[in-house]
Design a protein around this ligand. Structure first.
Ligand SMILES: [Zn+2]
Length: 114
């Protein structure tokens, strides 16, 4: 499962950061999941519990923020919301779009204790 390794990476990053701060545990983690990332939020929630077992983030709460996709048309320069990577520009119907937002899953915030 794609989400399992992504979640594992995320927790590794969070743990590294927490250790640097001298924290004993992580109480909550907030991630951003882009609409174009192909990541299924429910699968991340499921993986989170398994991946945090035995880590500093064991028992931590997970908050997921959904980020809509945004693209910029390379033909007419318009920025537009995108629901899929294959969506055309709504103004000129060009398929030459640069993706500005919504392609990633990122760790954006965490709370640590200790
Ligand atoms: Zn356009």
């Amino acid at each position: 499962m794609h989400e399992l390794s992504l979640t594992q990476n995320l927790i590794e990053i969070a743990e590294k950061h927490a250790r640097r701060e001298g924290a004993l545990f992580i109480s909550s983690i907030t991630v951003e999941i882009g609409a174009l990332s192909g990541v299924i939020p429910e699968a991340v929630e499921f993986a989170f519990e398994a991946c945090t077992n035995g880590t500093l983030a064991e028992g931590a709460s997970l908050e997921i923020q959904h980020v809509p996709g945004v693209g910029r048309c390379l033909e007419c320069g318009q920025e537009c919301p995108l629901e899929a990577l294959t969506d055309p520009c709504p103004s000129c119907h060009s398929f030459s779009l640069e993706i500005l937002r919504g392609q990633d899953m990122l760790l954006i915030e965490m709370e640590i204790d200790g």
